[in-house]
Ligand binder design. Structure first.
Ligand code: GLV
Ligand code: MN
Ligand code: MN
Length: 440
C-alpha cells in the first residue's frame, strides 16, 4: 500500500468542553487485530462529545462547540495516521491516502452531527468504522496488493439538518443540489443564519457552493451506517447492503390565528391555530396509514408560547416518506387538503412551504453487485426510509451503503444500538470492500 503524508488546509475551532461520559449504549470493546482493535479507542474518545447528561442523547448540531469537538477528533484521527487532511469549500472534512488529485478515488465515511437527543451510532459508526477499516487494511499489510486507487475518509457537515432545518447540507452543497443563495437563507431557531454560524465556527461561508471537480475525482462512495430498523435483526444477519432510499421531504405548515386571553375569551370567539394543527396531525397519521407511507410532525414552534395565551401562530413541520413518489404526493396532498379544510372551519390562515425534498434513490446496481460479490454473495439487500449523504451523492457519483445490525431497531434516540461483534463485522466488511475496490 502507498501512504501519503502531510496535512491539508487549516481550520479554526472554538471547541466546547465535552459532555459527561455515557453509562451505556456504546460497544464495550471490539476485539481483534488491525481495525477492530482501534475501533474501541476511537469510539471511547468520540462518545462523550456532545452527549447530554440528563437525556443520554447527543446534541451535536452543525457549527456548534460539540460539532467543533467532533471535527477536531476527525482531524486528529487523520493526522495521527499520516493522512492528508483537508476541509472542502463546504466545510466537509477529508482524509486522504494516496493522491487526492489522481481521480477515481474510493471514498468512505458518513457524518458526525446528530438530531436532538440522537443516538451514538447514526453517523459516527460510519466514520469510526472507516478509520478502523483503513487500520485493518494496513494491518493486512504485505498480504495486500498495493492501492491502485486513492482512498479517502470523509465527514459530511450538517447531515441531520437539526439546526437549520435542511438535511445533508454539506453534501447537497457539494452536489449542487443546494445553491449558495438558498443556503444563505437558512436560519436556526435563534435567527442565526448559516453563513453567520459557519463564520463563527472559523469557516469561510463565501466559499460555499457546488464542487463538481471534487466529486468528479470520486470513483465510488461507500457509506457504512447503523441500520435504522430491524430487518437485519429479523433475518439474523450482521451486515446488509442498501438497495434504495425512499423519496422524502419536509413541509412547514404555518397556522395563523389570533392571540387572546386563555381565561376570558369565549370558545366561540377564538381563532385557535392549535386546534387546526391538532386535526392536521391526526390527518397525517390517517393518510399515511391509508397509503402505506409514513408522516410525522416531530417539531413545532408556538407563538407567543404562553400557557395562558391562545396562540397566534403554530408552526409544525411535516416529515413524510413513501416507497414511491406517487404515494408520497398522494399523502402530502391529502394532508394539506385536510389542513386547509380544517383551517377554513376554524378561521385560521394557513401557509404550506416545502422546505426540502429528496427524490427516490436507487443505488447503482453495478456497485451494489460488486459489494455483494466482495462480501461473499449472500448479503441481504435492504431499502430504507432514512436519508443519507450517500443518497445525495448518488446523483453524481457511483454510491453504495452498508448497514450494520441494530437489535433495537430504534434510531434518532439514545436507544439506537449496535453490538460489539456486529461493529466488528461492519469494520471487516468495509475493509474487504475498500480492499476489493481500491487494491485490484
Ligand atoms: C436522516 O437521518 C433522515 O432520514 O432524516
Ligand atoms: Mn439520522
Ligand atoms: Mn445518518
Amino acid at each position: 500500500m502507498t501512504r501519503s503524508d502531510g496535512t491539508g488546509a487549516g481550520e479554526a475551532h472554538g471547541g466546547s468542553a465535552p459532555g459527561a461520559r455515557p453509562a451505556t449504549s456504546a460497544p464495550a470493546a471490539v476485539r481483534g487485530g488491525g481495525g477492530p482493535a482501534s475501533f474501541h479507542a476511537m469510539w471511547d474518545e468520540l462518545r462523550p462529545i456532545g452527549r447530554h447528561a440528563d437525556s443520554g442523547g447527543y446534541r451535536r448540531f452543525a457549527w456548534t462547540g460539540a460539532d467543533a469537538d467532533c471535527r477536531a477528533w476527525f482531524r486528529a484521527q487523520a493526522e495521527s495516521r499520516g493522512l492528508a487532511y483537508e476541509v472542502d469549500r463546504n466545510g466537509n472534512q477529508w482524509a486522504w491516502l494516496g493522491d487526492p488529485l489522481a481521480g477515481d478515488a474510493v471514498v468512505t465515511g458518513s457524518h458526525l452531527d446528530s438530531v436532538p437527543d440522537g443516538g451514538a451510532f447514526d453517523g459516527p459508526l460510519g466514520v469510526v468504522s472507516s478509520f478502523a477499516a483503513l487500520d485493518e487494511l494496513r494491518a493486512r499489510g504485505a498480504a495486500l496488493t498495493p492501492l491502485t486507487r486513492p482512498l479517502a475518509i470523509t465527514n459530511f457537515g450538517d447531515e441531520e439538518g437539526a439546526r437549520f432545518g435542511l438535511a445533508c447540507v454539506g453534501s447537497r452543497l457539494a452536489a449542487g443540489q443546494l445553491t449558495k443563495e438558498k443556503a444563505y437563507e437558512l436560519r436556526d431557531a435563534d435567527g442565526t443564519t448559516l453563513p453567520q454560524a459557519m463564520e463563527r465556527a472559523g469557516y469561510d461561508p463565501d466559499a460555499i457552493g457546488a464542487d463538481p471537480e471534487r466529486l468528479a475525482r470520486i470513483g465510488a462512495f461507500v457509506e457504512l451506517h447503523v441500520e435504522q430498523g430491524r430487518a437485519l435483526d429479523l433475518s439474523g444477519d450482521r451486515v446488509g447492503i442498501a438497495s434504495a432510499i425512499w423519496p422524502h421531504g419536509r413541509w412547514r405548515f404555518d397556522f395563523h390565528g389570533e392571540a387572546n386571553h386563555a381565561g376570558t375569551t369565549r370558545l366561540v370567539d377564538r381563532r385557535d391555530p392549535m386546534l387546526t394543527y391538532a386535526a392536521t396531525v391526526l390527518a397525517a397519521r390517517q393518510e399515511a396509514a391509508l397509503a402505506g407511507a409514513v408522516a410525522t410532525f416531530g417539531k413545532i414552534a408556538v407563538e407567543p408560547n404562553g400557557v395562558n395565551a391562545i396562540p397566534s401562530l403554530v408552526r409544525g413541520w411535516l416529515d413524510s416518506r413513501a416507497a414511491d413518489q406517487a404515494t408520497l404526493d398522494t399523502v402530502v396532498t391529502a394532508v394539506e387538503k385536510a389542513a386547509r379544510e380544517q383551517a377554513g372551519r376554524d378561521g385560521i390562515d394557513l401557509d404550506v412551504v416545502r422546505e426540502s425534498f429528496t427524490p427516490v434513490v436507487e443505488f447503482e446496481h453495478a456497485l451494489r453487485d460488486e459489494l455483494n460479490r466482495i462480501l461473499g454473495g449472500a448479503v441481504p439487500v435492504l431499502g430504507t426510509g432514512a436519508g443519507h449523504d450517500a443518497g445525495i451523492l448518488s446523483a453524481a457519483v457511483p454510491t453504495a451503503m452498508l448497514f450494520v445490525r441494530n437489535p433495537t431497531g430504534v434510531s434518532h434516540s439514545p436507544r439506537e444500538f449496535a453490538a460489539e461483534d456486529d461493529c466488528t463485522a461492519g469494520v471487516l466488511a468495509l475493509a474487504d470492500v475498500l480492499e476489493g475496490l481500491a487494491c485490484r
